[in-house]
Write a protein that binds this ligand. Structure first.
Ligand code: SF4
Ligand code: SF4
Length: 85
């Protein structure tokens, strides 16, 4: 599979508290993931975050994130729909 042709989806119903877990963010060598406040409020630190993969194009398909995720929340596919091992 050609690198850079990758789609990474995070199931928010399985990844409920990414800032508490952080396992995928810590293990990813390419810093693909980011936790973004769900409902940002002015002058207040947000408590609700959602995990995204804004830098999925940098993914090297090492699958470290999928193996450390305790909730099986990360799905990596090629743009053609082929699931990675
Ligand atoms: S497969 Fe590897 S490089 Fe790609 S997002 Fe997961 S940990 Fe990062
Ligand atoms: S390892 Fe899984 S549960 Fe933990 S932050 Fe990443 S996607 Fe969410």
């Amino acid at each position: 599979m050609k690198l850079g042709n990758i789609k990474i989806e995070v199931d928010g119903s399985k990844c409920r508290n990414p800032m508490e877990c952080q396992k995928c963010m810590r293990v990813c060598p390419q810093v693909v993931f980011a936790a973004i406040p769900t409902k940002p409020k002015k002058y207040e630190l947000s408590k609700d975050f959602s995990l995204f993969a804004p830098f999925e194009a940098a993914c090297v398909l090492c699958n470290l994130c999928t193996s450390v995720c305790p909730n099986d929340a990360i799905k990596i596919t090629s743009r053609g729909g082929e699931k990675t091992p």
